[in-house]
Each structure stands twice: as structure tokens, then as C-alpha cells.
Design a binder for this molecule. Structure first.
Ligand code: FAD
Length: 450
């Protein structure tokens, strides 16, 4: 069977349907990597688990990403979880009995300027502290690794044990395995609101009826802030559009994933490259962007040219000006109005991507795209996820804000979220991922990853 070469469109037929059960032990909201793996873990530990997705499994970020499974360059707070995720990914093809396009091909951060080397060198102690195989490569070693781009890079930060997978294949395959192991999964089924009774979570209200459940996990990606706000909980989450292109098959210069400050590229299973312009994204301004701008100032200051501001978020996006912030649970919610958030790619950035890749590898010839797409990346001010119980709403766990690098760490986030919801020890110190770090009066957190 040939693998698909990119994310599903919103016209993809639903694969998971049927009536809703009246009750469950755990309900998981959101069929991305976090929600799928949380639901799978909850079911595998013997709990009646329902996974609800408003559109299609992995229709949003979890199919639109580059497919990098990267330990390298992470905030040290994430490394224990990421080391676990790396181990889980290696086990997943066998557990899912599926080809996820998983390869251990390594990540290279390519050095163009002396400042790059200094930053990468400063990260090495974190790699050593967590037993990673990360190394600083010389110019000659880098040229031996990446066959092309000669003379362009002065070295690289390199982690051979990093991996890649084909996200649009992997996450749906994990969802099928979760169903095989007992998860009840429903697509085209938006959760409109939590059902609250006696100050505690008692279940969810969906567009197809209620499900009674004492435990709910919200893994709603870019929609989590909107969902929580309707319940009086503030999550300072903003989402940015990132544009991606997939080339036609080209000669192999490198089998892994690499980036410098201009271009990010990785080899795909179909012989092409997935390309993006490093660090470039568009922020469509809506009410949340105005509300949370202050919390994001350190992130914007760290990379002042990376964000292009656009005046208005499109209609029905999570932070659209006309998107309702409150709705009655018996009426259509914003989640049903946008089944699959499928932003159009930025045409100007596509030209930049083609030009930068051709500049780096002239020997490969003309760069021809077979597909292009965009995804809305949900981010937190410090680029760390929120994985926490919600104070004031007992029974609710949030696992969201994976901030542009959640595909790789996703299986560990899902496992931890499920254990938190089930009152089991999460196995990690989750202090850095607390929701309360954004409480009024708390110091503004800053990003600490590379
Ligand atoms: C262009 C791009 C490149 C990236 N590259 C990488 C990479 O190389 N490596 C990496 O590790 N990460 C990468 N990421 C980030 C990664 O894709 C995300 O962090 C990760 O997929 C987030 O997973 P999630 O499950 O939290 O959210 P999502 O995948 O967005 O899933 C959330 C789901 O919840 C559903 N939902 C929301 N609200 C409701 C509701 N009320 N009811 C029912 N369903 C609901 C949505 O429809 C959606 O399907 C990239 C992201 C993008 C967009």
C-alpha cells in the first residue's frame, strides 16, 4: 500500500462513527497525537474510554507537522518526557502493528554563524544530563553527513537517536490501534461543553448527546483556550500559521532532518523532502492575541522577525473576531463550524522556501512541490505544554499547548495526561507544565529551548 503524501483534507471521509455510549470512565476531547495516545493508554489500563474528535483524526496539527521526533534542543524541563517519548515511539510500530514511517535518522542543527555554535554548545550539558547522544560536529563531519551544500555550514549540533515519522500515516494508525484495544472513537463529534454537577466534572455535552464521565481530558490543540474560556478558565494560548511544502522525489542528500536559520528540511518516505522556512509564521490577530500579547512579549522579543502580524483572524478560527466565546450547549458551537482547520499556505513563503532550498542545494536542480499546506500551531508563552489538573474543575485534565514540537513528545504527553486523570503517579515532575504558572501576578515565563 502506498503511503499518503500529506495531511487529509476536510473532505476526507470519516473512519470512526456510530452511536455514543451513555457513560464512560474517561472522555478524551481531541483526536490529535495527545488525545489519541491518552485515550489508548486509558483503555489499555482497563478503563472505558471515549475519544471524541470534531472533525477527522489528525486533521489538524498532528498531520500537518514536519514529522520530526526530536530530543535535541528542547527546554530541559521537557527532556525527561521526551526521552520517554523517544522510547515509546520505538515501541509503537509493533504495538500498533502498523508502518508509521518511523526511522531513526537523526536531527542536525546546522551552524552558519559563530553565535549558533555558542548556543548549541551551551545546550550540551542538558544533553549530557539526560544521557543523550548529542554531539557538536565539525565542518568536515557535517559535510560527510549532508552530501551537498558544500562549504555552507561550519558544523552542526547532531543527535543520531532522533527520529522521524510520517504524521499523516502514524496518528491515524495509532488511533486504529487504540480502537482495537477498546477505545470508542467518534469523528465528526464536537464536544460543546463540560457537564458540571456539584462543582465537579460529570461528563460532556456533545453535538450528538451527553456522555456521563467523572474524568475528562482536554487535548483540543488550538481550540483548548476557547473551550476553557467558556468554563471561566484562562489559558494564554495563541496560534500561528506555519506553511509547509512537500517536493517531488529528489536525489538523497541526507536521510534525516536538518535546519539552519533559513530552511528546515527532512527526507520523506516517498523520496521527496518536507520543507519549511525556519522560524517563519503568521499571527492572525484576534481578541485572544490582544488579551495575551503581554505574556508573549519575551517570545516575540527573542525572535522579532519570525512573526508576521496579520490584521484579522479568519472567520470561524479559534481566535476569530466573530467566533463566539460563549454558547448554549444545546446549540451549534464554534467547534462544529470548523471541522478541520485547514489554513491556506502562505504563497509568498512557498516561494521563499523553494528559493532557500535551491540556494542550499543547487546540485539538486529545480525544486518542484507536489503539495503545500499550512497548520495552525498552538503555543504557550514559554513554549512548554500545559499538562495539569484544572483547579476549580475537579475531574478535568488539560494536555495542550504543545508549542510547535508536540508530535515528537506527544505519546509521553498522552500517557502522562491519562495517568493524571486516573489519579496514578505520572512518573515525572510536572511543575514546569502547571497551568498556574500563568496566573495573575506570576512572573512572565520565557522560552528556554534552542
Ligand atoms: C507546520 C507544523 C510543523 C510542525 N512540526 C513539528 C515537528 O516536526 N515535530 C514536532 O514534534 N511537532 C511539530 N509540530 C507541532 C505538532 O504538530 C503539535 O504540537 C501536535 O500535533 C499537537 O497535537 P495535539 O494533539 O495537542 O493537537 P492537534 O493535533 O491540533 O489535535 C487537536 C484535535 O482536537 C480537536 N478538537 C478541538 N476541540 C474539540 C472539541 N471541542 N471537540 C472535539 N474535538 C475537538 C481538533 O479538531 C483537533 O483534531 C508542527 C506543527 C505544525 C502545524
Amino acid at each position: 500500500m502506498t503511503m499518503p503524501d500529506g495531511p487529509p483534507t476536510d473532505r476526507a471521509p470519516a473512519s470512526h462513527g456510530g452511536p455514543l455510549p451513555a457513560a464512560a470512565d474517561v472522555v478524551v476531547i481531541g483526536g490529535g497525537i495527545a488525545g489519541v495516545t491518552a485515550a489508548w493508554h486509558a483503555a489499555a489500563t482497563g478503563h472505558r474510554t471515549v475519544l471524541l474528535e470534531k472533525g477527522r483524526v489528525a486533521g489538524e496539527q498532528s498531520s500537518r507537522n514536519w514529522g520530526w521526533i526530536r530530543q535535541q534542543g528542547r527546554d530541559p524541563a521537557e527532556l525527561p518526557l521526551m526521552v520517554e517519548a523517544n522510547r515509546l515511539w520505538r515501541e509503537l510500530p509493533a504495538r500498533a502493528e502498523a508502518n508509521l514511517g518511523l526511522h531513526r535518522t537523526g536531527t542536525a542543527y546546522l551552524i552558519r554563524k559563530p553565535a549558533d555554535r555558542a548556543r548549541y554548545k551551551a545546550w550540551m550539558p542538558h544533553a549530557e544530563a539526560h544521557g543523550l547522544d548529542t554531539r557538536l560536529l565539525t565542518r568536515a563531519e557535517t559535510e560527510a553527513l549532508i552530501r551537498g551544500g558544500a562549504g555552507r555550514w561550519d558544523g552542526a549540533l547532531w543527535t543520531a537517536s532522533d527520529m522521524r515519522a510520517e504524521p499523516w500515516v502514524a496518528v491515524p494508525a495509532l488511533a486504529r490501534a487504540a480502537v482495537r484495544d477498546g477505545v470508542t472513537l467518534r469523528e465528526s463529534c464536537a464536544v460543546r461543553a463540560l457537564d458540571i454537577a456539584g462543582g465537579k466534572v460529570a461528563g460532556v455535552v456533545t453535538e450528538a448527546g451527553r456522555i456521563a464521565a467523572p474524568r475528562v481530558i482536554l487535548a483540543g490543540g488550538a481550540w483548548s483556550g476557547l473551550f476553557l474560556r467558556a468554563h471561566g478558565v484562562t489559558l494564554p494560548q495563541l496560534s500561528v500559521r506555519a506553511t509547509v511544502a512537500a517536493t517531488e522525489p529528489m536525489a538523497e542528500i541526507f536521510d534525516g532532518q536538518a535546519a539552519d536559520d533559513r530552511i528546515a528540511f527532512r527526507r520523506r518516505a516517498d523520496g521527496g523532502y518536507t520543507l519549511a522556512a525556519s522560524g517563519d509564521h503568521d499571527l492572525f490577530v484576534g481578541p485572544d492575541a490582544v488579551r495575551h500579547l503581554r505574556a508573549f512579549l519575551p517570545q516575540l522579543a527573542a525572535d522579532p522577525l519570525g512573526t508576521t502580524f496579520r490584521p484579522a483572524a479568519p472567520r470561524d478560527w479559534p481566535d476569530g473576531w466573530s467566533t463566539p466565546r460563549r454558547w448554549a450547549p444545546d446549540r451549534e458551537s464554534p467547534f462544529e463550524r470548523m471541522r478541520v482547520l485547514d489554513p491556506s499556505p502562505n504563497p509568498r513563503r512557498l516561494k521563499i522556501i523553494a528559493r532557500r532550498f535551491a540556494d542550499a542545494f543547487p546540485e539538486l536542480g529545480p525544486v518542484r512541490f507536489r503539495r503545500a499546506w499550512a497548520g495552525l500551531i498552538d503555543t504557550m508563552p514559554d513554549l512548554l505544554p500545559v499538562i495539569d489538573r484544572v483547579a476549580g474543575l475537579p475531574g478535568l485534565v488539560v494536555a495542550t499547548g504543545l508549542s510547535g514540537h508536540g508530535f515528537g513528545i506527544g505519546p509521553a504527553v498522552g500517557r502522562v495526561a491519562a495517568d493524571l486523570a486516573l489519579d496514578r503517579a505520572p512518573g515525572h515532575d510536572l511543575a514546569a507544565f502547571r497551568l498556574s504558572r500563568f496566573a495573575a501576578g506570576a512572573p512572565t515565563p520565557s522560552p528556554a529551548h534552542l
